[in-house]
Design a protein around this ligand. Structure first.
Ligand code: NA7
Length: 538
C-alpha cells in the first residue's frame, strides 16, 4: 500500500544537538525508544557551534563541564586547559557524538518549525523546514537558553558600509580584523571575552558600553599530565559534590555568613575564590546573593582588585558597575579584559547619558554629536534568553493553544519539565530549572535521567501520557518567583529577568534554589509517582 503520505512514526523527537539534546538522544535510544533528532546547525554543539567569536571559552572548569555518565569517557578524554576554549569543547562534543554513534539519530541543517498535539491520540505532529512530517509520542525540546540572538534595532544599521557580526552567529571561517577600525557593542560575557583578542588584532577598537559588568580573571592555565591524573583519580568525589552543590561544580561556599567572620578571614576567603577564578566568586559566602551588606563586602574586594589593573582612573570609574549587586548578572570570566583598556589602540565609550543615536554608512553616531568612524561592527548584544528559541517554533497544545501565548506573561512550567495543556512535551534545561545558573552539562544529564525514568514509568504502568496539572504549574511559578524574590537577583536588569529584550515580561525565569536542591525536588516528585502530574491511561 502507498504509505508516502503517512508521517514517520517514532517514540520521541528531540530538537537540538547541544549538550542536553545529545545526551537525551543517547539515553532514550539506550532504553529502546525510537528517536529522531533535528538540529538546525550542520554539526553537533549547540551554543558552542554558533558562538565561535575570538576568545569564546567556558566559565566552568573543563574537568567539570563534561559528561559524567560514562566512566571510560571521563577517564579517556584529556582537557588541555583549566577552562576550555570553544574549539576544544567542539572537539569534545564531536568525540562524544562519534563515540556513542549519536549522529545517526540526527538530521542536521534542519530546523523543526512546528509541533502540534493531536488531542485524540495525544501524539505530536512535528514538521521541519526540510518538509518532513513525523508523528511522535513524546516531543522533547533541547533548544538552548542562549540560542536566539538579539540585535538591538539601532536606526540605520542596514546602511553601514562595513561588515557587521553577532558573537552568537560568528562566521565559521573566522574574521580577520587586521588593519581595521572595529566597534564592539556590548560588554557581557561575549564582549568581555572577545574584546582583548580583537584589540590585539585590529588597528583600533572602540568599545560601546551601556552597563559595566563584574568580571574576574579566569586564572586559566594549561593542564599537564600530573594535573589531569589527579583530577581523574578524584572524579567520583568531584561529581558527588557537584551534584549536591548550588552550581553543579564541586565547590561549597564558606560555612559562615560574610560578616560573621573576621576581616582577615573574610579577605582570605575572597582571595581564595578570586584565585579559583571567574563565576565561582559569586558564592564565596552563603549570604552573598541574599544580603546587601554581604554583597557590598564582596563588591568592595572586587573593586579594589580591578582598579589595580586599570591605568586610567576615569576609565576605571566607567568600568565599575554601579547599577547592580555583584553576581546578580552572571560574573564574567575573563582573560586580560581590564588590562586591554591600558592599550593605546582601545577606547571605551560609556553610553549612559550618551546613547548610540544611529549607525550610518561610515560608523556610529552618538547622542552628543560625536561620530566614530568604523570599518566593522561586532554586536555582542546577547540573546532573547530562555524562551526565544522555544518561541520561534510553533508549538500547539490542547485546543490548538500556542505555547508562546500560554507563556505570554512569562514561562509557566512545573519543575521546568512539564507544561499544562502540553502533554508529553518536555522542554529540557530551560525556564523553571536551574540550568543557566549551573553547569549545563550536568543539568542536561539530570534532565535526561529524569526523562528516561519518567518514560519508563509510563510504560511500566501502561500510561499513554503525562501532563503537569495547572495547580502544580501555578505552585512552581510561585515557588520560582518567591525564591528569586528572597535574593538580590531581582535588582539587576539581567536576561534572567528578560530585562534585556524590549517588551519582554519581567519574570525571573530560572529556578534559583540551587542545582542540588532542585535535583532532590525532581527526584522526590518521581519517587512519589509523579505528584503534580496527571498520568493519562491508554
Ligand atoms: P549579555 O550578557 O546579555 O550581554 C549583552 C551586552 O550587550 C550587555 O552589555 C548589554 O548591555 C549590551 N546591549 C544590549 N543591547 C544594547 C543596546 N541596544 N545598546 C548598547 N548595548 C546593548 O550577552 P552575552 O552574549 O555577552 O552573554 C550571554 C551569556 O552567555 C552570559 O551570561 C554567560 O552565561 C554566557 P546591558 O547590560 O543590557 O545594559
Amino acid at each position: 500500500s502507498d504509505t508516502s503520505n503517512t508521517p514517520e512514526s517514532v517514540d520521541v523527537v528531540v530538537v537540538g544537538a547541544g549538550v542536553t539534546g545529545l545526551y537525551a538522544v543517547h539515553r532514550l535510544r539506550g532504553l529502546g525508544y525510537s528517536v529522531r533528532g533535528f538540529e538546525r546547525g550542520d554539526d553537533v554543539g549547540g551554543v558552542w557551534y554558533w558562538n565561535r567569536y575570538p576568545g569564546a571559552r567556558c566559565d566552568v572548569e573543563s574537568v567539570d563541564y563534561s559528561y559524567s555518565f560514562d566512566e571510560s569517557l571521563q577517564q579517556e578524554w584529556d582537557w588541555s586547559e583549566k577552562y576550555a576554549t570553544q574549539p576544544e569543547i567542539m572537539r569534545y562534543l564531536r568525540h562524544v557524538a562519534d563515540h556513542f554513534d549519536i549522529r545517526r539519530s540526527y538530521t542536521f541543517s534542519t530546523a523543526v518549525t512546528s509541533a502540534e498535539l493531536d488531542e485524540e491520540t495525544l501524539r505530536w505532529t512535528v514538521r521541519t523546514d526540510g518538509g518532513e512530517v513525523l508523528s511522535a509520542r513524546f516531543c522533547v525540546f533541547a533548544v538552548g537558553c542562549l540560542s536566539s540572538t538579539h540585535r538591538p534595532g539601532i536606526p540605520g544599521v542596514d546602511t553601514f558600509a562595513g561588515a557587521t557580526y553577532h558573537t552568537g552567529e560568528w562566521p565559521h571561517e573566522g574574521v580577520d580584523f587586521t588593519g581595521l577600525r572595529v566597534g564592539v557593542i556590548g560588554t557581557g560575557s561575549s564582549g568581555i571575552q572577545s574584546i582583548p583578542l580583537i584589540a590585539r588584532q585590529a588597528a583600533h577598537l572602540t568599545v560601546f558600553q551601556r552597563s559595566a559588568n563584574y568580571s574576574i580573571p579566569a586564572g586559566n592555565k594549561p593542564l599537564d599530565e600530573a594535573a589531569r591524573r589527579e583530577q581523574k583519580a578524584g572524579y567520583a568525589e568531584r561529581r558527588r559534590l557537584a551534584r549536591l552543590s548550588g552550581g553543579g561544580s564541586p565547590h561549597m561556599a564558606h560555612p559562615d555568613r560574610t560578616l560573621e567572620v573576621s576581616e582577615e578571614e573574610r579577605r582570605a576567603a575572597f582571595e581564595k575564590r578570586w584565585e579559583l577564578g571567574g563565576v565561582l566568586y559569586s558564592k564565596t559566602f552563603p549570604d552573598q546573593l541574599t544580603d546587601r551588606a554581604a554583597n557590598d563586602a564582596a563588591r568592595a574586594f572586587w573593586e579594589e582588585k580591578v582598579r589595580a589593573r586599570i591605568d586610567d582612573a576615569a576609565v576605571a570609574d566607567l568600568l565599575v558597575p554601579t547599577d547592580h549587586p555583584i553576581g546578580t548578572k552572571r560574573i564574567v570570566t575573563d582573560s586580560d579584559y581590564y588590562e586591554t583598556y591600558n592599550r593605546d589602540n582601545v577606547r571605551l565609550v560609556g553610553l549612559r547619558g550618551n546613547a548610540i543615536e544611529r549607525i550610518d554608512e561610515r560608523g556610529i553616531g552618538l547622542a552628543d554629536g560625536e561620530h566614530i568612524g568604523l570599518d566593522a561592527i561586532v554586536f555582542a548584544t546577547g540573546f532573547d534568553a530562555m524562551t526565544g528559541a522555544v518561541d520561534r517554533i510553533e508549538v500547539r497544545g490542547r485546543g490548538g493553544r500556542l505555547l508562546k501565548d500560554a507563556w505570554r506573561g512569562g514561562p509557566r512550567t512545573y519543575l521546568g519539565l512539564g507544561v499544562n495543556g502540553f502533554p508529553n512535551f518536555f522542554n529540557l534545561t530551560g525556564p523553571g530549572s536551574p540550568s543557566v545558573l549551573a553547569n549545563v552539562v550536568l543539568a542536561g544529564e539530570q534532565h535526561g535521567e529524569w526523562l528516561a525514568d519518567c518514560l519508563r514509568h509510563l510504560d511500566e504502568h501502561g500510561y499513554t501520557a503525562i501532563e503537569a496539572t495547572e495547580q502544580a504549574v501555578e505552585g512552581w511559578v510561585t515557588e520560582c518567583h518567591d525564591r528569586a524574590a528572597a535574593t538580590l537577583m531581582m535588582s539587576a536588569n539581567s536576561w534572567y529577568l528578560g530585562a534585556n529584550i524590549p517588551g519582554k515580561p519581567r519574570v525571573f525565569m530560572p529556578f534559583v534554589g540551587g542545582f542540588g536542591v532542585y535535583g532532590q525536588i525532581i527526584a522526590d516528585v518521581a519517587d512519589s509517582g509523579y505528584k503534580g502530574f496527571e498520568l493519562i491511561p491508554g
